[in-house]
Design a binder for this molecule. Structure first.
Ligand code: NAD
Length: 439
């Protein structure tokens, strides 16, 4: 099939490459000229395991092309996926749909034969209705179908998630569009993905409801972790104990920093804003948003406790600054709140991230980047394990630490508290018994 992805970011690039790997002819379009130029030269703009090999292979095979020319690319394609950003509007917390509607306006003039316009971007319920209105201004509705097909991939696991999804959701009442899309996804369906054809509005809401639910699960276990720390109980025992109940399930029950990234923070706000429009109070999701935005303050308070209130001139090392492991995505990462706060209080912050230095921290005099773990941690007073990269899982702290009084605050509970205690290392995890910290 001839496919055009509009927006070659985390979603557009990964899904475009994967569609090409399934044998389709795919053109990935972006208005960012440098991004397209780099991609044509085999330079991948994002960190995503396995992506580079797939891009190079399919680009060489000519199954995958890159372009900045939206109109030409749409004219050549039968299925158009809109994969542009839908960030949060500052004033209203609703999703800013400017990019999506601009694309719809650009596509309008290129529809001369039947095309399926699919929103893969996460868009509020009834956005498909608006896109349809834009497209039908001077076009017969018979020439196109507007379909919702939300994407559920996770950064860091994106290729696997795209290739082996739990489900494919197709929101359309058009039998023709449904048949074509079912055919497009048939290789994934044959590997076990459930295919759900539902209404466009339901499909749009499924995406927001999924993300809100997952954000709720994370926030729930983070709050339980706070309680665990006060009562000498291990939150991991609680996660296992409740997660084995099939009605609950064990995933997304790992306590840690505030949830971040490009999806949960913006999508929880957007679903509340949509509900407000219909005078529906999503009080539970509102509480989740509030609890999550307090999360970094709670962890910062712990940092103060660990350093006995003396932050000034303390050398604090962050291992990982992205919102989670296996991505270079800094959007809404909790480090963006924690690092500036600690620097303001006089700390000297040094960080290492496997995806390299981050320009956002270059404006702070007291924030520096180390290009390896050993240099980053050796002279620290406090080490914060902020993300869970494999690189951080087997550090020999005993031999690497020059400051023997250094404290480790493991926000991902990677290490065993008792093993740290045996080595005389001051160690603190999330939601773990306080009596395991060495005094
Ligand atoms: P992104 O910012 O990485 O990529 C968006 C791309 O669209 C950018 O490269 C931008 O230059 C391009 N663009 C914007 N307007 C354009 C236009 N008129 N023509 C051509 N290109 C244009 O965004 P993303 O993270 O890929 O997210 C895209 C959408 O997918 C969002 O709605 C997001 O919520 C959703 N989503 C993201 C993820 C994720 O893990 N990142 C997962 C599921 C869903």
């Amino acid at each position: 099939m001839k496919i055009c992805m509009i927006g070659t970011g985390y979603v557009g690039l990964v899904s475009g490459v994967c569609f090409s790997d399934l044998g389709n002819d795919v053109i990935c379009v972006d208005k960012d000229i440098n991004k397209i130029k780099d991609l044509k030269n085999g330079i991948i703009p994002i960190y995503e395991p396995g992506l580079e090999e797939l891009v190079i292979k399919n680009y060489k095979n000519k199954k995958l092309k890159f372009s900045t020319n939206l109109k030409k690319s749409v004219l050549k394609s039968d299925i158009i996926f809109i994969c542009v950003g839908t960030p949060t509007k500052k004033k209203t917390d609703s999703a800013d749909l400017k990019q999506v509607f601009n694309v719809a306006k650009e596509i309008r003039s290129c529809i001369s034969k039947y095309k399926i316009i699919v929103t893969k971007s996460t868009v509020p319920v009834m956005t498909g209705d608006e896109i349809e209105k834009i497209l039908s201004k001077n076009k017969s509705k018979k020439l196109f179908s507007v379909v919702s097909n939300p994407e559920f991939l996770r950064e860091g696991e994106a290729i696997r998630d795209f290739s082996y999804p739990d489900r494919v959701i197709i929101g359309t009442s058009s039998k023709k569009a449904n048949k074509i899309l079912k055919n497009l996804y048939s290789p994934l369906i044959s590997k076990g993905a459930k295919y759900i054809n539902t209404s466009r509005r339901a499909s749009e809401l499924i995406k927001y409801a999924s993300n809100a639910f997952l954000a709720t699960k994370i926030t729930f276990i983070n709050e339980i972790a706070n309680l665990c720390e006060r009562i000498n109980v291990n939150v991991e025992d609680i996660s296992i104990g409740i997660g084995l109940d099939k009605r609950i399930g064990g995933r997304f029950l790992r306590a840690g920093p505030a949830y971040g990234g490009s999806c949960f923070p913006k999508d929880t706000k957007a679903i509340v804003a949509t509900a407000n429009k219909f005078k529906i109070n999503l009080s539970l999701i509102k509480s989740v948003i509030k609890s999550n935005s307090n999360r970094s303050s709670i962890l910062l308070k712990r940092i103060f406790e660990l350093l006995k209130g003396k932050i000034k001139n303390k050398k604090i090392c962050f291992l990982g600054v992205t919102f989670k492991a296996n991505t270079d995505d800094m959007r809404d990462s909790s480090s963006l709140q924690m690092i500036p706060f600690l620097v303001k209080k006089g700390a000297i912050v040094n960080y290492y991230d496997p995806t390299g230095p981050k320009s956002i921290f270059s404006k702070y005099n007291n924030v520096t980047y180390s290009n390896n773990i050993k240099n980053a941690i050796s002279r620290s007073d406090l080490i914060i394990i902020h993300t869970e990269w494999n690189d951080f899982k087997s550090i020999n702290f005993k031999s690497s630490l020059k400051n023997k009084k250094c404290i480790i605050y493991d926000m991902r509970n990677i290490y065993s508290a008792s093993k740290m205690k045996d080595q005389n290392i001051k160690y603190f995890g999330i939601g773990r018994s306080i009596n395991l910290i060495q005094k």
